[in-house]
Design a protein around this ligand. Structure first.
Ligand code: ADP
Length: 484
């Protein structure tokens, strides 16, 4: 078997440098675990202004690349807390612009997103296929989501290229631009075809990865199946089912150091499966922090995530008051669509006795909610993998999830037989209907009212292994087979 040496891992965000969602968690964990397994991995991310501003350690310029009329610099640093060599792509369109990587303060995409992420793609392709001042070329080019999809297509047009892997973290974000933009980017015209970037008359960056990559992965086995069919494939199901032999679902892991209730610096009372009483103290502390009545006689429900349709807001909102009347308290932490933010805020001012809504992005509070809540709500309409249900399992916070994507692959429903066998870890419901969701929460609350049963479910949840080691082994196998 061929030895794998060098991997260039390309992502538009990586924790803790810059994070807006699950992709950052993956890019901040997987490359380092692969490095620890003996690979020479380099991470390439854009040097956003906020990222540069937050760097504790200095970065040094190690190369300058000339890319179709643009000059970029590559700055090198280590991913904080790791020994992973990280390359930051410096260009004014990233480095001289504060704020969110993808959109302005009003939520509108940056008007030059196509140019910016094409630059990321061109840099990745150049490093992978030509002699640059970095004097380093990968055996595997691993790109993620639409932002670096074109790197795969460009690499495949080069005379000498590495093997390529493309991971879909969320097919809903396709990087769609119009024909004029495609022309402006100066891409080879042969890429404008069905077997290229063309997508129903427009240009899609994600297609570049899906069409050309030697191997495609996505972040759970169920999501890999769902995207080969309608509606999960969102118009790309034909292409994806054609490529089914090269499409693998590999579950994400979690950073089990950052998310460990026994040593979590963000939570007032650390605990483990043997000291579950600690959760009640965390619950009391959070109730106090958020101004909720101090009650242990009703369950505390938690929700952390983007406030968007995908996350099941249409299932939660119609029954939210019924939920609170169970009785239960609910804490919601998230930011997202204005219509959801406003509705939630109005409900919270009507029901301050039971509902706390924090419209913010707050890592510490996310940890506190995981530690304090009894039940975690994740009724997503679709969910490629989902991380919060994994954090919840680790924190003994029983998740109520819809049977979809990674949620279906990671949570075992508390059916009679699963409870008897001691393998139940949560409550799973099937139909995307508010009443079905409400019934599922009711089932969870009924279990919560039986402490011995509840603790058995909590312990089974906490015993699950979602560490990155296991997932990294699968990527390693995939790299090897791509090279072979
Ligand atoms: P997605 O990538 O679709 O947003 P995931 O569940 O895969 O969903 O990952 C979301 C990540 O972002 C998790 O680490 C979650 O804790 C975090 N997150 C989302 N919203 C917030 C928020 N408002 N405050 C803190 N963390 C958040």
């Amino acid at each position: 078997m061929t030895a794998v040496h060098r991997v260039l891992y390309v992502a538009s965000e990586a924790y803790p440098l810059i994070k807006t969602g699950g992709l950052a968690d993956v890019a901040g964990s997987l490359p380092e675990v692969l490095r620890q397994q003996g690979l020479d991995v380099r991470l390439l991310v854009p040097a956003y202004a906020d990222l540069l501003h937050g760097l504790d350690t200095p970065s040094e310029a190690v190369a300058e690349l000339s890319l179709e009329g643009d000059t970029v610099r590559i700055l090198q640093c280590f991913l904080p807390g790791t020994s992973l060599r990280t390359w930051l792509l410096e260009h004014p369109s990233f480095s001289a612009r504060a704020g969110n990587p993808y959109h302005d303060d009003s939520g509108a995409p940056w008007p030059d997103n196509a140019e910016r992420f094409m630059l990321l793609s061109r840099a990745a392709a150049a490093i992978s296929t030509s002699d640059t001042a970095l004097a380093w070329r990968p055996d595997i080019l691993h790109c993620n989501d639409w932002h670096s999809g074109p790197a795969i297509a460009l690499a495949h047009l080069a005379p000498l290229r590495p093997r390529t892997v493309f991971t879909v973290h969320n097919l809903a974000h396709m990087g769609i631009f119009d024909r004029q933009t495609f022309d402006r980017l100066g891409l080879p015209s042969l890429l404008w075809q069905e077997h290229g970037l063309e997508y129903y008359g427009q240009c899609s960056f994600i297609k570049a990865g899906l069409v050309f990559a030697d191997e495609i992965t996505t972040v759970s086995p169920s999501y890999a199946r769902e995207i080969c069919e309608s509606p999960g494939g969102m118009g790309l199901e034909g292409l994806l089912s054609q490529r089914r032999d090269h499409l693998t679902g590999i579950l994400n892991g979690i950073d089990s150091q950052t998310w460990d209730p026994a040593s979590d610096p963000h939570i007032p009372t650390p605990y483990d499966a043997g000291t579950l009483g600690g959760k009640a103290l965390n619950k009391a502390a959070l109730q106090q922090q958020l101004g909720l009545p101090s009650r242990q006689d009703c369950p505390l429900l938690g929700f952390v995530g983007r406030l968007v349709e995908q996350k099941g807001l249409e299932l939660i909102l119609p029954v939210l008051e019924d939920l609170l009347d169970t009785p239960a308290q609910l804490v919601i932490l998230g930011r997202g669509d204005l219509r959801y933010e406003e509705t939630l805020q109005a409900l919270a001012s009507r029901r301050p006795d039971a509902l706390s809504v924090i419209l913010d992005y707050d890592e510490t509070l996310a940890h506190r909610i995981e530690a304090a809540a009894d039940i975690f709500l994740m009724p997503s309409l679709f969910e490629p993998c989902g991380l919060n249900q994994l954090y919840s399992l680790r924190y003994g916070t029983v998740p109520v999830v819809r049977a979809v994507g990674g949620l279906a692959d990671t949570v075992t429903d508390a059916s009679g037989s699963a409870l008897e066998e001691g393998v139940a870890t949560g409550v799973v419901f099937a139909q995307p209907q508010p009443d079905d969701f409400l019934r599922a929460v009711g089932r969870a609350v009924a279990l919560w009212q039986q402490p011995a049963v509840w603790q058995a479910v909590q312990r089974a949840a906490m015993a699950q292994d979602f560490s990155w080691q296991r997932s990294a082994e699968r990527y390693l196998e995939l790299y090897r087979s791509a090279i072979d």
